[in-house]
Design a protein around this ligand. Structure first.
Ligand SMILES: O=C(O)CCC(=O)C(=O)O
Ligand SMILES: [Fe+2]
Length: 221
């Protein structure tokens, strides 16, 4: 399942990311994906600015319990500020399974777009996910993040007016399998919401199930 999580970044972080974007050089997004025939966007190039922007976005994600509870993140790729100008988009594609990082390859279990500017600032530019024959389109408010399994085919529709500014990252989860991750997420949610009103002996059994599923399914670093 996908999830739109609001308030990953607050107004101060958004302002700072926009300031960094305005002051920095962007280059053709194909530099990190030279074989792509569908990628048509711009990405932040300046190393220092990129590090600072990545740090703000990663911090926002790891400080957001809904993200941590849903994704079980082990490691995330440094979020990359990405801009789409009029005519730019990203055609239908699956994400690569392995993302090269200088620390070694990261397996992309989940993909994430952090929305930085306001959807009112651009026309087009929806992130469009295909689920079989169903289609979902997202244009999140500033500071929100859409998180979805990297197995999902997706595209970014061409921007027809204004600019779309986002951060892109990929997450290696401690629970690689989407079905197992979703079961653990639901189980944990129910335990957190209902646990204290359950008969104590039943809550203990529920906690035993949680712990034993973690033992079976969780990868440790
Ligand atoms: O811009 C986006 O929202 C998604 C970009 C994307 O699909 C990618 O970088 O693989
Ligand atoms: Fe993608």
């Amino acid at each position: 399942m996908f999830r739109l999580i609001e308030n990953v970044l607050g107004p101060a972080e958004i302002t700072e990311l926009k300031r960094i974007a305005a002051a920095s050089d962007f280059v053709d997004g194909r530099v990190s994906n030279p074989n792509s025939r569908v990628k048509n966007n711009l990405q932040l190039h300046d190393q220092q600015a990129g590090d600072r922007a990545a740090q703000i976005m990663a911090h926002g994600l790891f400080q957001t319990p809904e993200f941590v509870d849903f994704a079980f993140p082990h490691q995330i790729a440094p979020p990359l500020m990405t801009r789409y100008e009029v005519g730019m988009g990203y055609g239908l594609h699956p994400d690569s399974a392995l993302i090269p990082l200088h620390t070694g390859p990261l397996r992309s279990d989940l993909s994430c777009t952090l929305f930085i500017n306001d959807p009112a600032d651009y026309d087009g530019g929806a992130l469009h996910l295909l689920l079989g024959t169903a289609e979902l389109r997202f244009k999140g408010p500033p500071g929100s993040a859409i998180v979805y399994p990297s197995t999902t085919l997706h595209q970014v529709e061409p921007v027809t007016k204004g600019q779309r500014l986002v951060g892109i990252t990929f997450i290696q989860s401690r629970v690689a399998d989407t079905a197992r991750r979703e079961l653990l997420y639901d189980l944990n949610e129910v335990a957190a919401l209902e646990g204290l009103t359950m008969a104590p002996e039943n809550f203990t059994r529920l906690q035993t199930v949680q712990a034993n599923l973690y033992r079976m399914w969780m990868n440790t670093p």
